[in-house]
Design a protein around this ligand. Structure first.
Ligand code: 13P
Length: 251
């Protein structure tokens, strides 16, 4: 019912040549893949080249961030329409690195989500608790607050076009992956929140990815959980073999 979706978040890594080579490698291997949606999310300066290099393949391109204003005096920022213009289908919004290092708030993420949807991009909206929040027993409260703040004001139809990524901050880049039980608990809770705020049908169609130290070795047990619909992959997305190993676990 929900098609698995595996996306690679390349973060601030690679150079032009290696970004294009990695994307081409993924696109080539993707020819053997059925019934899994795939995306790569390169640094913004490489988006156009990557999109061109893999156009016509089944691998989509996503950006890692954008600004919510349509145009104007916003030095250094990139609009949703610009991302569409260079071939993006997705945009990651509210990643924990942007929340914690760059100071993005739920309110700002929410503006970006609306702007992305208005431009025809599918946002991948990240939520996740810190270790401190988990240890204090506040995980589900944090997730609810981020959901309500980041996704405020969306219709059920709009929400159906959003991908949610549950990325516990303590699992990102640490090698400390959430157990399937820990991840599934939050994914199930997210689905309950959607059912409460919207309706059952919407809760059933929204895809919820897990992110945080996903590797080919741990992907299968995570992706076997009923409410985990894919993965947002950081480190392991930087090589064709490890990324496609995760994709294979989703099929
Ligand atoms: P890692 O897979 O490197 O832990 O990163 C996860 C992530 O932040 C993806 O957005």
């Amino acid at each position: 019912m929900r098609r698995p979706f595996i996306a690679g978040n390349w973060k601030m890594n690679l150079d032009m040549a290696s970004a294009v080579a990695l994307a081409k490698g993924v696109a080539r291997e993707a020819e053997k893949v059925e019934e899994v949606d795939l995306a790569v999310c390169p640094p913004s300066v490489y988006l156009a080249a990557v999109a061109q290099a893999i156009s016509g393949s089944q691998v989509q391109v996503g950006a890692q961030n954008m600004y919510h204003q349509p145009k104007g005096a916003f030095t250094g920022e990139i609009s949703a329409a610009m991302l569409v213009d260079v071939g993006c289908r997705y945009v990651i919004l509210g990643h924990s690195e942007r929340r914690h290092i760059l100071g993005e708030t739920d309110e700002l993420v929410n503006k970006k989500v609306h702007a992305a949807l208005a431009a025809g991009l599918a946002p991948i909206v990240c939520v996740g608790e810190t270790l401190e929040e988990r240890e204090a027993g506040n995980t589900l409260d944090v997730i609810r607050r981020q959901f309500d703040g980041s996704l405020a004001g969306l219709s059920a139809q709009q929400l159906a076009g959003v991908v949610i990524a549950y990325e516990p901050v303590w699992a990102i880049g640490t090698g400390k992956v959430a157990t399937p039980e820990q991840a599934e608990e939050v994914h199930l809770d997210l689905r309950k929140i959607i059912q409460d705020r919207y309706n059952r049908r919407t809760a059933e169609v929204v895809r919820i990815q897990y992110g945080g130290s996903v590797t080919p070795d741990n992907a299968r047990v995570l992706l076997a959980c009923p409410n985990i619909d894919g993965a947002l992959v950081g480190g392991a997305s930087l090589q064709v073999e490890s990324f496609m190993g995760i994709v294979a676990a989703a099929g």
